[in-house]
Design a binder for this molecule. Structure first.
Ligand SMILES: Nc1ncnc2c1ncn2[C@@H]1O[C@H](COP(=O)(O)OP(=O)(O)OP(=O)(O)O)[C@@H](O)[C@H]1O
Ligand SMILES: [Mg+2]
Length: 303
């Protein structure tokens, strides 16, 4: 198969077969911050749940075709057209329930190599238009996760800091290993601990040990952890705003305590915790860029 791997060197699969690990939130926020700082970013929603629509706030918008175009492109090898300008510098290949059909057709395809490379093939002509491409992977749905792993240069793995996440990490490691024949350049960018309590140092330490044990690498865990905040998570999805956008909003309007004391009327714009969560995503985004650029510089030296 004639696939231009050079075009795919900045493709990141945000992947973990376990549900609720933070894949969609991390994809949306890292992509949003990269775009905000001037990178041209393409986001691929590869999940039939289509949760990215809530995070970016395009649910019910005419651009939201529930993954129909992406599903057809994957199943029939047609070119795909991203929805342009979801944010400045940020376009999206929109996902949703139509991807269930695409997944079934990829799983049943006679030519399994072509099926596994369907996303890589679809992205190769699009990716050179962008500085970074992020794929939000579904939980379960092997055919789609495999297609993402076969398309990506990097795997970014969100994980919760509980013991049951160890099995999820072992599954991710197996899934990445399984595509190495098709995609020898695939590398682990890192594991990011998601939704951790800010004071739970002991738990974070134990989680790090579990990850190192599961993946066999000391450098697997990123420095940044994303702190737990249900208030920010809820407000973000309800309002279709990223953490840094919620934080900006909160600077504009009255604070919750001013409203409670009767010093201002209306509703508080954003939860107080949005700023801290936004800081975590800033730091994660810097770390992602740092790891990728360091690897690219190393490759340049050895070429
Ligand atoms: N900082 C946070 N603290 C606590 N909960 C959060 C935080 N950010 C997001 N959440 C919530 O955690 C849940 C899981 O997050 P998310 O949807 O990003 O995970 P996922 O891995 O994409 O899930 P799925 O496997 O279903 O696609 C969501 O309900 C989300 O709103
Ligand atoms: Mg998700």
């Amino acid at each position: 198969m004639n696939l231009d791997r050079e075009a795919l060197t900045r493709v990141i699969a945000v992947i973990n077969g376990k549900g609720g690990a933070g894949k969609t939130t991390i994809t949306a926020n890292v992509a949003g911050l990269l775009a905000h700082s001037g990178y041209r970013v393409l986001v691929v929603d590869l999940d039939p749940q289509g949760n990215l629509a809530e995070d970016f706030g395009y649910t019910g918008d005419p651009i939201d075709d529930q993954g129909r175009a992406l599903a057809q492109a994957l199943a029939f090898g047609q070119p795909a057209q991203p929805a342009v300008g979801v944010r400045n510098n940020l376009d999206v290949l929109i996902g949703g329930h139509h991807l269930d059909v695409a997944a079934a057709s990829l799983a049943a395809a006679k030519d399994q190599v072509a099926a596994r490379l369907s996303l890589a093939t679809l992205l190769a002509p699009l990716a050179p238009e962008y500085d970074m491409v992020l794929i939000d992977c579904p939980p379960g749905i092997e055919a789609l996760q495999t297609a993402a792993a076969a398309a990506a240069r990097w795997a970014l793995v969100p994980a919760k800091s509980d013991a049951s996440s160890r099995k999820g990490l072992l599954d991710v490691a197996r899934r990445l290993d399984a595509v190495v024949g098709l995609n020898p350049g695939l590398d682990l960018l890192g594991v990011v601990l998601f939704g951790t309590g800010s004071s739970a140092h002991r738990i974070k330490g134990e989680a790090r040990d579990l990850i190192v044990e599961a993946l066999g690498s000391e450098t697997a865990v990123l420095r940044t952890t994303i702190r737990h905040s249900e208030a920010t998570a809820h407000a973000a999805r309800e309002r279709g705003l990223l953490a840094h956008e919620l934080d900006d909003e909160s600077r504009k309007g009255p604070a919750w305590w001013q409203i409670r004391r009767g010093e201002a009327t209306g509703t508080a714009n954003s939860p107080r915790t949005a700023g801290g969560v936004a800081d975590d995503f800033h730091s994660l985004t810097s770390e992602v860029v740092e790891r990728i650029t360091t690897a690219e510089q190393r490759e340049e030296v050895t070429v």
